[in-house]
Design a protein around this ligand. Structure first.
Ligand SMILES: Nc1ncnc2c1ncn2[C@@H]1O[C@H](COP(=O)(O)OP(=O)(O)OP(=O)(O)O)[C@@H](O)[C@H]1O
Length: 397
């Protein structure tokens, strides 16, 4: 379900943006517009949507328009043109009272610099959004305790921000955003001020938290590794425009432009790609009930393969048979596939990182089965498939 729908959004900075807007619509770039009108283009016509429960990362270099875009989403900045539908309501058009209400109840925001009140306790900071909403003290502190425990800060309620490390302060920032139980979290470079190791921990914790809470998260980052790690999808921006919207795999494997290609060229794709993104569809599969060794052998010959996965009709994996065993069974007139089925297989779940697959494939005498949580055969990986997929991604392998 679509949660946020941004359509042709424009933000031009300056007192009379009309001329700049029409130049923009005629295809002028932001430098030309600035030179001729003195107006800066923050966002120059951006369209994308965010699905309910997804983490979308807005990524781009400094000045590409990420912050402006996200501030338009909850109208901390008024857009110049375009629409922002949130649950079917155009945020760009609502009255200021409605806006206040939507902002307080639907959106939570987490900032890079934490923006905590130094003279309030951790619990009071976490409860701040509820205080604004007029929730009475006892109730809001109760809620603050609950969200602080969700972000791993139980026991720190009465401390002051200065007594906390950077990572812990940002957890308070996150707790404060979560306390109002918003549908949408806007996170502006939320982890960028943290040390690399703490930053990685926070990314992991955000993913854990998201598994439990299923918020819609718009996360700004200028860091590609972060975007690839936490984004269900990435919106890549350049000069106020969107260059590509896609899953991390799509951005890596099918860069839309030379710019995206350059952007991602230093990524170690073996760390980002998963078994799911490099596997092949299991194109030849035997079925125990219907296929005997002869039929299985024929299938293998037709496909030019030397082993065949065998599943039930519902695709749950039973095992694998080799061409040699099938041939032998056929020659002895054995028409039961079960007798030559190897059931003890190495399998991996779809989210296994590609970097781990080489080691697993090294000593495996047959292809590697990618199996879902419900034991269904989702795909097949052989060393060649893996290398080809990585080569297609092109870089660093
Ligand atoms: N208040 C403002 N007045 C004029 N121009 C602005 C204003 N805010 C942003 N801009 C311009 O809009 C463009 C986009 O800036 P924005 O801060 O959104 O980019 P960003 O991608 O978030 O960059 P950063 O990562 O450095 O924050 C820049 O050219 C910037 O100079």
């Amino acid at each position: 379900m679509t949660k946020i729908e941004v359509k042709d959004l424009v933000k031009i900075f300056g007192p009379s943006p009309n001329r700049a807007l029409s130049m923009l619509r005629d295809g002028a770039d932001k430098d030309e517009i600035l030179a001729k009108t003195g107006h800066g283009v923050g966002v120059g016509g951006v369209t994308f949507d965010v699905k309910s429960g997804e983490i979308i990362v807005i990524m781009g270099l400094s000045g590409s328009g990420k912050s402006t875009l996200v501030r338009c989403l909850n109208r901390l900045i008024d857009p110049t043109a375009g629409s922002i539908m949130v649950d079917g309501v155009d945020i760009a058009k609502v009255s200021s009272e409605e806006l206040l209400d939507i902002r307080q109840k639907k959106f939570g925001m987490v900032f890079q610099n934490f923006a905590l009140f130094p003279h309030r306790t951790v619990a009071e900071n976490a409860a701040f959004g509820l205080e604004i909403q007029g929730v009475e003290r006892e109730t809001r502190l109760e809620k603050a305790h609950e969200v602080l425990s969700q972000v791993g800060l139980s026991g720190w309620e009465q401390s002051y921000p200065s007594q906390l490390s950077g990572g812990m302060q940002q957890r308070v920032g996150l707790a404060r955003a979560l306390a109002v139980d918003p549908d949408i979290l806007l996170m502006d470079e939320a982890f960028s001020a943290l040390d690399p190791l703490i930053r990685r921990d926070m990314q992991d914790e955000l993913l854990d938290l998201q598994d439990r809470l299923q918020k819609t998260i718009v996360f700004i980052s200028h860091d590609l590794d972060e975007a690839l790690k936490i984004g269900d999808r990435i919106v890549l921006m350049k000069d106020g425009k969107v260059v590509q919207v896609g899953t991390p795999d799509e951005i890596l494997m099918e860069p839309a432009t030379r710019y995206v290609e350059k952007f991602v060229e230093d990524v170690d794709i073996t760390k980002v790609l998963t078994a799911e993104s490099v596997m092949k569809r299991p194109f030849a599969v035997g079925h125990v009930r219907n296929d005997g060794p002869r039929a299985a052998l024929r299938k293998m010959k037709n496909e030019g393969i030397s082993s065949l996965f065998v599943t039930k009709r519902d695709h749950s994996l039973l095992g694998i048979i080799s061409a040699a065993d099938a041939k032998e069974a056929a020659e002895r007139g054995d028409d039961n596939l079960e007798s030559i089925l190897q059931r003890d297989l190495t399998t991996v779940p779809p989210d296994t990182p590609a970097s781990e697959l080489f080691e697993i494939l090294k000593d495996l005498p047959y292809p590697l089965a990618v199996v879902t949580e419900t034991e269904k055969l989702a795909g097949v990986i052989v060393r060649g498939t893996l290398l080809a997929a990585l080569a297609e991604g092109g870089r660093n392998v």
